[in-house]
Design a protein around this ligand. Structure first.
Ligand code: GLA
Length: 506
């Protein structure tokens, strides 16, 4: 009965019932109080650890779950006899843990949305995650010399948005083939970036090895290079990546050398567990450490900072050697999250430019949750923002619609404009926004967005964009010139839709 009810994720009524019944029922013989460590053996050979700190008061269970990148307080925690249930909240996503305490520890079923349930056991532990790691002094700040890379925003593909941990050598090679056969490579998408979960253990000399999903990184790099593509990898300044794989903490120099020896061309360096070792205020120094190490490796490696926009990274990312820096927390496969991120970037325009770019995260186009108009908006916004264009879909099975969006050369040309000036919002009129971006040839890109879920009329005066009258216009989604004249622009925009224009002064 309890099991069946717990399966329903502990409704409020049930929790209330537990509270009442627990006041009279006998509690478990063993105490929930204290640290518990759960180790999950992953199919790729990695051991993924989670630490729980539990505190029981009657039928109430509080405490925290320590994940590699953050601690999360328990919510809705209840105990009934030996049975327990609790949740943690990660943004919009609720993860739940339901199980029983026994003499050998906790046995539970871990549930997260859109994933299979996982059975976990946890044993009593004496401390939390990295108890014996000494605090590391941050190196003195200096400016890392520019590496001369990413003079336009990097373009490529990354495994995380679609595959998460379900990525291996064979799949990456097929993605590489698809980049070539679909024309993506020739349109500029050259970086093939393997995100988290490639890492294995370290050998006797401390050198990082790929796990069994990636037997031969150098061979994979060779495969990509032979096809005019480039290899990207992922690591963390902390001891663990966000997925719980080995990070570069204490091995920064050696890892940079290993990447260079394999032929790696791009590194995404994700803060994750570094928060357990360092102070946020030391981020610049910590990122500088890897920036220096990459430069010293002697190989040109694009350096992608991923710390979710903390500490105003745009003000120092370049000085730490970064070619791009994430400006926000993670994108999700939804219009609302994409729009929340994309439309919040206007004030950061001044910090982005050749060699160092604001990065509003990877693309979700082709991952199944955006309408065609929403995908146009996503691609347009990113192009206007001079954002890195890192596709995040399964390129092996891309629809014609998706490929025509990702491959729109006129939109890509806006993104890759050599002036490298990011767009800013110039008009905000209800749900309609107009953004403008100056281009190298003296023209400008003008995007008219409808953020509403119903069709909306858009109307503005060309004078508010600095034109005395309608400039010569070309519609970059319809690929046609627009015959507009007069002082005003008017159009009807579809729900969550956009018109993208190239405007040339007459
Ligand atoms: C963080 C990053 C994501 C991805 C995952 C991998 O959440 O922001 O882009 O790299 O880690 O674990």
């Amino acid at each position: 009965m309890i099991d069946a009810m717990l399966t329903r994720q502990c409704s409020f009524a049930f929790r209330l019932a537990l509270v009442l019944s627990c006041t009279t029922s006998a509690l478990a013989a063993q105490s929930f109080n204290g640290f518990w460590r759960s180790v999950q053996q992953m199919p790729d050979g990695n051991r993924s650890e989670t630490v729980f700190l539990l505190q029981q008061e009657g039928s109430r269970l509080t405490g925290k779950v320590e994940l590699p990148w953050s601690d999360y307080p328990l919510r809705n925690g209840v105990v009934h006899g030996k049975a327990f249930y609790f949740e943690i909240q990660l943004g919009a996503s609720t993860w739940s843990y339901k199980g029983e305490i026994g003499h050998s520890g906790l046995k539970m079923v871990f549930h997260k949305p859109n994933a299979s349930d996982v059975r976990l056991t946890a044993e009593p532990a004496t401390t939390d995650f990295y108890p014996s790691t000494p605090p590391v002094p941050a190196p003195a700040l200096h400016s890392v010399a520019p590496n001369g890379l990413a003079l336009t925003p990097p373009m490529g593909w990354n495994s995380w948005n679609h595959f998460e941990g379900d990525i291996d050598d064979a799949t990456v090679r097929k993605i590489a083939d698809a980049l070539v056969s679909t024309g993506m490579r020739d349109a500029g998408y050259v970086y093939v970036n393997i995100d988290d979960t490639w890492e294995g253990s370290r050998d006797d000399q401390g050198r990082i090895q790929p796990n069994r999903k990636f037997s031969d990184m150098k061979g994979l790099a060779g495969y990509l290079h032979a096809r005019g593509l480039k290899l990207g990898l992922y690591s963390s300044p902390g001891p663990q990546t966000c997925g719980g794989y080995p990070g570069s903490y204490g091995y920064e120099e050696l890892d940079a050398q290993t990447y260079a020896a394999w032929g790696v061309d791009y590194l995404k360096y994700d803060w994750c567990s570094a928060f357990r070792i360092y102070q946020d205020r030391d981020m610049r120094a910590i990122y500088q450490k890897m920036g220096d190490a990459l430069l010293r490796s002697g190989r040109p490696i694009v350096y992608s900072l991923c710390q979710y926009g903390k500490e105003d990274v745009w003000t120092w990312g370049r000085l730490a050697g970064g070619n791009l820096w994430r400006t926000t927390n993670d994108i999700h496969n939804s219009y609302s999250r994409m729009a929340e991120i994309g439309f919040s970037q206007s004030a950061l325009a001044a910090w982005s430019g050749p060699g160092g770019w604001n990065d509003p995260d990877m693309l979700e186009i082709g991952n199944g949750n955006l309408t065609v108009d929403e995908s146009h908006t996503h691609m347009t916004l990113w192009a206007m923002l001079a954002a890195p264009l890192i596709a995040g879909n399964d390129l092996r099975s891309m629809s014609k619609e998706t490929s025509s969006i990702l491959l729109n050369r006129e939109v890509i040309a806006i993104d890759q404009d050599p002036l490298g000036k990011q767009a800013q919002r110039v008009i905000s009129d209800g749900s309609v926004e107009v953004w403008q971006r100056p281009l190298a040839d003296g023209s400008s890109a003008v995007a008219i967005f409808n953020r509403s879920s119903s069709s909306q009329p858009a109307h503005f005066k060309w004078s508010s964009l600095g034109y005395a009258e309608a400039p010569q216009l070309r519609d970059l989604w319809k690929h046609v010139p627009l015959s507009e004249d007069g002082a005003d622009f008017s159009a009807e925009l579809p729900p969550h839709g956009v018109i993208l224009l190239r405007a040339v002064q007459r």
